[in-house]
Design a binder for this molecule. Structure first.
Ligand code: UD1
Length: 419
C-alpha cells in the first residue's frame, strides 16, 4: 500500500501543463480495437487505468507500445473477444470494450466491471442500447455474453444521459448496418473527443457535445490514424482547488477553459481570481476561501461529480457554511469521514452534506477510499497544519499522473512511500 506524506502549509506557485484526460483516453483506447490499421495516440496520461486498458488490449491480441505519452496500437492482429477476468474486475472502464468488440467481432464476453467503489453502478442502459442495435445479450456464469453479427441502426432514447452508455452505443453502431440516432445522449466533452477519434479511424459520427448523436453505420477502414487526447478537465480542476486551499498563484497550460465553466464559477464564488486565455488559466487566491452556497452535481455542463470531493476539501476551510449535493452516485461521500479525522465539521445525510468551514484542518492519518477521495485528501493535507499521511495512493495513481510530483513541482512538500 503506497502513501503520501504531506507537510501542509506551503502555497502552490508556478506553471504546469495539465495531463491528458483519463476519461477520454480510456474509451478511445477501447475503440482502438475497432481499427484494422495502426493507431497513434498522443498526450495519453501515464496512469494505472491506462496501463490496465493496454493490458486488456494486449490480452485480446492487439499490439501495444508506449513511449512517454505516445501510445501505438496495432489492433489488426487482435483475435479474441473474451475479456480477461482479473483485469476487467479491476477497471470499471472495461465495460467500454463491449461496443468495440461487438463492432469488430460480432461477439463480446465480459465480467461485471470493477473500478472505484462509488456506489452501485448499473450497466442496464449500455445493455438496453446494444440490444436495440440487435445484439443478443445473456448472462452466463456471472459473465455478460453479447452476440451480434448483424447489428442494425436504431433510434435509441437514453432514460438518463449516461456517459459510458452513450459511448458504447456509438461504438457498436459505427459498424452496424444503417444509421443510428441517440437522443438524450450525454454531452460530456470526452464524448466529442471519442467522436473525433472514431471519425479518424473511418467512422461517420456527428452531434457529440449535443444531446442528439448520429452514427452512420458501416465504418470504412483506414490504414492509419493519429489522435491527440484532450486535456483533463478534472485534473486541471484538482490543481486549481489545491492552489485555492493553499493560497497560491498557479498557471495551468493545455486547459480547455470552455469545458470548465461550472468549476470556474464555483472557484470565483470561493473568492479565487481566475484569468483565462484560450488554453491557459491562472488562479490567484489571497486569504481564506469564502463559503460556496451550493454545489450540486449534474451531468455536463453541470457541476461534475468527479470534482465534488476536491471542492468538498476546499469548503472544509472556507469562511462560512457550504452545502454539497451529490446527485449521480449514492456512495460518493467517502471523503467525509476521512476529512472529519482532520478536523472538518460536516453533517451528512444521504446525498447532502453541510460543511462548516474551520480556519485550519490538522494533519492526520487518512485513507483514499476512491480516486477523487484521494485527490481531496491530498488537497486537504496541503492546506492543513502539520503532517498528513494519505494511504491507498494506488487509487490516486489510477487517474492522476504522478500527482505528488506535479504538486511538488509547484512547491508542495510530499514524500511518496511505496508499500
Ligand atoms: C463516467 C466517468 C466517471 C464519471 C461519470 C459521470 C469515464 C471513464 N468515467 O462514468 O469518471 O464520474 O461518467 O460523469 O468516463 N447509470 C445507470 N445505468 C447505466 C449507466 C449509468 O443507471 O447503464 C447511472 C449511474 O449509476 C450514475 C449515472 O447513470 O448514477 C451516471 O453514470 P455514467 O454517466 O454512466 O458514468 P460512467 O460512464 O460510468
Amino acid at each position: 500500500m503506497g502513501r503520501f506524506i504531506i507537510e501542509g502549509g506551503h502555497p502552490l506557485n508556478g506553471t504546469l501543463k495539465v495531463q491528458g484526460a483519463k476519461n477520454a483516453a480510456l474509451p478511445i483506447l477501447a475503440a482502438g480495437i475497432m481499427s484494422r490499421g495502426e493507431v497513434t495516440l498522443t498526450n495519453c496520461p501515464c496512469i494505472r487505468d491506462v496501463d490496465n486498458m493496454l493490458d486488456i488490449l494486449g490480452e485480446l491480441g492487439a499490439g501495444t507500445e508506449r513511449r512517454g505519452d505516445t501510445i501505438r496500437l496495432s489492433p489488426g492482429d487482435a483475435s479474441r473477444c473474451v475479456m480477461p477476468n482479473r483485469l476487467s474486475k479491476e477497471l470499471r472502464s472495461s465495460i467500454f470494450m463491449l461496443g468495440p468488440l461487438l463492432s469488430r467481432f460480432g461477439r463480446a464476453v465480459c465480467t461485471y466491471p470493477g473500478g472505484c467503489e462509488i456506489g452501485h453502478r448499473p450497466i442496464d442502459l449500455h445493455l438496453k442500447g446494444l440490444a436495440a442495435l440487435g445484439a443478443d445479450i445473456r448472462e452466463e456464469r456471472g459473465r455478460i455474453v453479447c452476440e451480434g453479427k448483424n447489428l442494425h441502426g436504431a433510434d435509441i432514447h437514453l432514460d438518463y444521459p449516461s456517459v459510458g452508455a452513450t459511448e458504447n452505443i456509438m461504438m457498436a453502431a459505427a459498424s452496424a448496418k444503417g444509421d443510428t440516432c441517440i437522443t438524450n445522449a450525454a454531452r460530456e466533452p470526452e464524448i466529442e473527443d471519442l467522436q473525433n477519434f472514431l471519425n479518424a479511424i473511418g467512422c461517420s459520427i456527428w452531434g457529440a457535445g449535443t444531446s442528439t448523436l448520429y452514427v452512420r453505420g458501416g465504418m470504412e477502414h483506414v490504414p492509419s490514424a493519429v489522435h491527440r487526447i484532450m486535456p483533463d478537465r478534472i485534473a486541471a480542476g484538482t490543481i486549481l482547488c489545491a492552489a485555492a486551499v493553499t493560497g497560491g498563484n498557479v498557471t495551468l497550460t493545455d486547459v480547455c477553459c470552455d469545458h470548465m465553466g461550472a468549476a470556474f464559477a464555483k472557484l470565483r464564488e470561493a473568492g479565487c481570481e481566475l484569468s483565462q486565455r484560450a488554453d491557459t488559466v491562472t488562479i490567484e487566491m489571497k486569504g481564506r476561501p469564502n463559503e460556496i452556497k451550493l454545489i450540486e452535481t449534474y451531468p455536463y455542463p453541470g457541476f461534475p461529480t468527479d470534482m465534488q470531493a476536491q471542492f468538498f476539501a476546499l469548503c472544509t476551510v472556507a469562511e462560512g457554511t457550504s452545502v454539497i449535493v451529490e446527485n449521480l452516485f449514492e456512495n460518493r461521500f467517502r471523503h467525509c469521514a476521512e476529512l472529519a479525522k482532520m478536523g472538518a465539521v460536516i453533517t451528512q445525510k444521504d446525498r447532502t452534506a453541510i460543511v462548516r468551514g474551520v480556519e485550519k484542518l490538522s494533519g492526520a492519518s487518512v485513507s483514499a477510499r476512491d480516486l477523487r477521495c484521494g485527490a481531496a485528501l491530498t488537497i486537504a493535507g496541503l492546506g492543513a497544519e502539520g503532517i498528513t499521511t494519505v494511504d491507498n495512493t494506488e487509487l490516486i495513481d489510477r487517474g492522476y499522473q504522478g500527482l505528488d510530483k506535479v504538486l511538488c513541482s509547484l512547491g508542495a512538500r510530499i514524500t511518496r512511500e511505496d508499500g
